[in-house]
Design a protein around this ligand. Structure first.
Ligand SMILES: [Zn+2]
Length: 123
């Protein structure tokens, strides 16, 4: 892949979207699925083989600007679900920061480490 853009986040997202949309369209028996799948796969190929690396990197950066908060939100939710048996999560009323407190401590006074806001919570 010397001199080519290669696979980046936007390329991988295009391939994942192609597979997911193809699956949805196939289950709905819509023929447009093949067109969408082919278009997205061709776009992914074009991105990987493109020699205009500067332009592809700028596109990828714009995509990540939009996608990063979504990815972060899902990552946080997964952590919350995984540790929901041992910890309870509170949202700071001051700065909306998510705080993690161990379960089974009864009523607790919580101090937000980010903004210093104090509030009560039941674990
Ligand atoms: Zn706070």
């Amino acid at each position: 892949m010397a001199g080519r853009n290669g696979p980046d986040n936007l390329t991988i997202a295009s391939i994942v979207a192609a597979v997911i949309l193809n699956f949805i369209f196939m289950s709905l028996e819509l023929l447009i699925g093949e067109i969408v799948f082919t278009a997205l796969m061709l776009y992914a190929m074009f991105r990987m083989l493109s020699r205009n690396i500067v332009k592809r990197r700028a596109e990828n950066a714009r995509f990540m600007e939009f996608f990063s908060p979504i990815k972060e939100w899902f990552g946080q939710k997964i952590i919350q679900i995984k540790s929901s048996k041992t910890h309870k999560f509170f949202k700071c009323p001051g700065c909306k920061n998510t705080l993690r407190v161990p379960r089974g401590k009864g009523k607790v006074h919580i101090t937000c480490p980010k903004c210093g806001q104090r509030f009560d919570g039941k674990t």
